[in-house]
Design a protein around this ligand. Structure first.
Ligand SMILES: Cc1cc2nc3c(=O)[nH]c(=O)nc-3n(C[C@H](O)[C@H](O)[C@H](O)COP(=O)(O)OP(=O)(O)OC[C@H]3O[C@@H](n4cnc5c(N)ncnc54)[C@H](O)[C@@H]3O)c2cc1C
Length: 449
């Protein structure tokens, strides 16, 4: 089999970039600056037919395929040494069907594309909180965002998908056509083919309320206790995420990112979030869904990242205090951030037809996010994130973390643990049927063997 440059060039559509071509270095950039990978070729696809042609060419050339949606994989799955990268960067179209409450979204779209189109009609697809991340990876790994209390995870709202399989066929996954594949796409990652169109159920969006309220680190577990009380009282109204970070003046600080998304009166929740707690600043107030979505801003490509964590059955006060302490002690890591995302409301229930995502019983998704610039700080930053993951590990629900946040060296054991034995076995059976040769292996890999 020929895999030399000439053979690759002959087999691929015009516009494919290979090493040495103009644009190759720009096209191979990874979100995570730890990685510097050199694919065999990168094909920018603008249609399902072009994806089919790229997949067939890769098969003929004997090249494995990496799929690039929005390019934000922290583990670097979408750019791989020696692979043919199928980039969906020209497949970002969104169409809204108001009457049927459906959004059809190109496989390479970003959340900004979807939010703008859906919000113009008074709807949203529950998505991630950073507008430039891709719908592809985020949906296929689960999808945690503001609308979870009322609408569940992103993957729960996926009602159909058009998929190019490993043998270059175009198939549909829906409740009527291959419901097993639809189940697998709801959390099973990019293992089963290239999704060229995602069809989502649309959620109507009411006026919302929320923002960020910061507390001194000394508030520690009292903030957690207050949030737990509020979530128990308002499970389908309020989405909490707690960030623990170092504040230049105050030392470790606890930030609550909070939203009320069902239109209920924010006054009692707002009062409870302030009562007897050391608030240092906040921007809580009425917000539209788009304003909530814009809050996070953008994290540029090229910074170095190591994220690691666990879904937790419960989060005890002692563990929380230890997390605050770990941030205080991490002054050698430029950005040491701990993110605790509440799993609440509709996010705790499987959608009709079920989903591969296997962490419904978790109370929190706890993740250490180490972000830095210099390779000289690799050891300290990675070591800190691993230590934080060890702090929460005793409360881990299954021994696994959120696959969408996993680091470059995620182990096969942790991927299995993210699903549990039964779900993993079902995923393996679907993988065997659709990709027995593991052509799509650059992901949280479900090995067919
Ligand atoms: C700054 C930042 C903010 C984030 N915020 C959130 C958040 O709020 N909520 C949340 O749940 N997650 C969040 N994440 C995690 C995010 O879900 C993952 O990084 C996800 O992989 C991003 O998807 P992508 O399409 O941009 O990634 P890519 O790097 O393009 O793809 C990652 C992998 O997904 C698969 N894939 C992507 N598109 C397709 C497709 N069309 N067909 C088949 N497979 C595909 C492939 O296996 C690919 O290798 C965030 C990540 C970052 C870096």
């Amino acid at each position: 089999m020929q895999t030399d440059e000439q053979a690759i060039r002959r087999s691929l559509p015009e516009g494919a970039v290979l090493p040495g071509d103009d644009g190759y270095d720009a096209a191979r950039i990874s979100f995570n600056g730890i990685l510097d990978r050199r694919p065999a070729a990168i094909v920018s696809c603008g249609s399902t037919d072009e994806v089919v042609a790229a997949v067939r060419a890769a098969r003929a050339l004997g090249l494995p395929i990496a799929i690039r949606g929005g390019g934000h994989s922290v583990a670097g799955h979408s750019i791989q040494d020696g692979a043919l990268v199928v980039s969906l960067d020209r497949m970002r179209g969104v169409s809204i069907d108001q009457d049927r409450r459906l959004a059809r979204v190109g496989g390479g779209a970003q959340w900004n594309d979807v939010d703008a189109a859906a919000f113009a009609h008074g709807f949203a697809v529950p998505g991630g909180t950073f507008g430039d991340t891709g719908v592809g990876g985020l949906t296929l790994g689960g999808g945690l965002g503001w609308l979870m209390p009322i609408a569940g995870l992103t993957c729960d709202n996926l009602v159909a998908a058009e998929v190019v399989t490993a043998d270059g066929r175009v198939v549909t996954a829906s409740a009527d056509e291959d419901p097993d594949l639809l189940w697998a796409l709801r959390g099973g990652g990019g293992n089963f083919g290239v999704v060229t169109t995602f069809t989502y159920h649309l959620t109507p969006v009411a006026p919302m309320w929320g923002g960020v309220i910061r507390y001194a680190g000394t508030a520690g577990a009292r903030v957690l206790a207050r949030v737990n009380e509020l979530v128990a009282a308002h499970p389908r109204a309020m989405l909490p995420a707690i960030g623990i970070a170092r504040d230049p003046e105050l030392g470790p600080s606890v930030r609550l990112l909070v939203a009320i998304v069902d239109g209920s009166d924010p006054a009692p929740i707002e009062a409870a979030l302030r009562r007897d707690l050391p608030v240092t600043s906040d921007d809580l107030g009425p917000k539209t869904y788009l304003e909530l979505q814009a809050q996070a801003g953008i994290l540029p490509f090229g910074l170095r990242h190591y994220w690691k964590g666990h879904f937790l059955g419960e989060l005890g006060a002692g563990t929380f205090e230890a997390l605050v302490e770990s941030v205080g002690a991490a002054d050698a890591v430029p950005l040491a951030f701990i993110l605790l995302e509440g799993i609440v409301g509709a996010g705790r229930t499987e959608p009709p037809g079920g989903a591969a995502f296997g962490q419904r019983a978790a109370a929190w998704n706890a993740s250490a996010l180490a972000i830095w610039e210099s390779p000289d700080e690799d050891e300290k930053a990675i070591g800190w994130a691993r230590r934080v993951a060890d702090i929460v590990a005793p409360s881990s629900l299954t021994g696994g973390g959120y696959i969408n946040y996993s680091p470059v060296d995620e182990s096969a054991e942790r991927v299995k643990a993210a699903y549990g034995a039964d779900r993993y076995a079902r995923l393996v059976a679907i993988k065997r049927r659709l990709d027995p040769d593991n052509i799509f292996r650059f992901n949280h890999n479900i090995r067919p063997d």
